[in-house]
Ligand binder design. Structure first.
Ligand SMILES: Nc1ncnc2c1ncn2[C@@H]1O[C@H](COP(=O)(O)OP(=O)(O)OP(=O)(O)O)[C@@H](O)[C@H]1O
Length: 253
């Protein structure tokens, strides 16, 4: 067993000839929020997608190196990517609820993964997930209304409820607040802080203020390289690398 939830070792990612991620090594801690920051195109989302094999769905994408979840290689042929994505959930930039009811959006994962033995258990999972996602009060009287009828911020919290309904060990978030207004953003940020009591969260963000507010660890990427990875406070107040310093002070990016 390792002490880390996820360990990435010598990871390379190619899109055809484009070497998008170069030799990245990083250890992600349990019950911690880790932020990935860096200029547009530096590979943050590409690397995030390696952590639950979402890049498998992109034909020209090739991933090399090792990514271990609790010491087990997630790219081992014996690993079922669908099972993996229940353990390593993902929330995307644009809220993307299924065209189903609020209830069914959240119940879908637990149903296909057999996490509830009966309707009562399923109801409990749905309620617990909506409560954890801070959506229960707003949704409890309209559980059978379409998820797409919610506001943008509510839809994003529904997507978070859907992701946590399968009891993940890690939650990946790819710019989860970029389509949200400041109030909805503050709600999601508060939620992220609560979620880390239960599991580790990895968030890609363009907002350095957001990274500083929500994360304990920050990784700075530049041109496909992981330039610096450290305590968030250290990255923002006393970075080691001049490229990090330039980015956080607004000189590159
Ligand atoms: N689906 C794809 N097919 C081909 N190339 C891709 C794909 N996704 C990303 N890339 C390339 O990989 C590199 C890294 O892109 P990526 O989206 O990971 O960066 P990013 O740091 O997340 O950028 P942004 O902040 O703009 O979202 C870029 O050169 C990009 O063009």
């Amino acid at each position: 067993m390792t002490d880390y939830k996820i360990s990435a070792k010598d990871v390379q990612v190619y899109y055809g000839d484009n070497h998008a991620i170069k030799d990245v090594n990083v250890d992600i801690e349990d019950k911690t929020v880790t932020a990935f920051i860096g200029p547009s195109g530096c590979g943050k989302s590409t690397f995030l997608r390696c952590l639950n094999r979402m890049n498998d769905t992109i034909d020209i994408c090739r991933v090399e190196g090792d990514i271990l979840l609790d010491g087990e290689d997630i790219y081992d042929p014996s690993v079922d990517p669908v099972q993996l994505r229940a353990k390593v959930g993902m929330v995307f930039q644009k809220p993307n609820p299924f065209p189903k009811s609020i209830y069914d959006n959240v119940a879908y994962g637990p149903k296909i993964h057999g996490l509830a033995r009966n309707k009562i258990e399923l109801d409990e999972i749905v309620e617990k997930s909506l409560r954890k996602a801070a959506l229960w009060t707003e949704a409890k009287d309209r559980l059978h209304a379409p998820g797409t009828g919610l506001s943008g911020g509510q839809q994003q919290r529904l997507c978070i409820a859907r992701a946590i309904a399968t009891a993940p060990e890690v939650l990946l978030m790819d710019e989860p607040c970029s389509a949200l207004d400041p109030i909805a953003t503050a709600q999601v940020e508060e939620l992220i802080d609560e979620l880390r009591q239960s599991f580790s969260v990895v968030i890609v963000t363009h907002s350095m203020q957001q990274a500083a507010r929500v994360s304990q660890k920050t990784a700075f990427f530049h041109l496909g390289n992981l330039v610096e990875f450290d305590e968030t406070d250290k990255i923002f107040t006393n970075p080691e690398d001049p490229r990090t310093e330039s980015y956080i002070s607004g000189r590159i990016g």
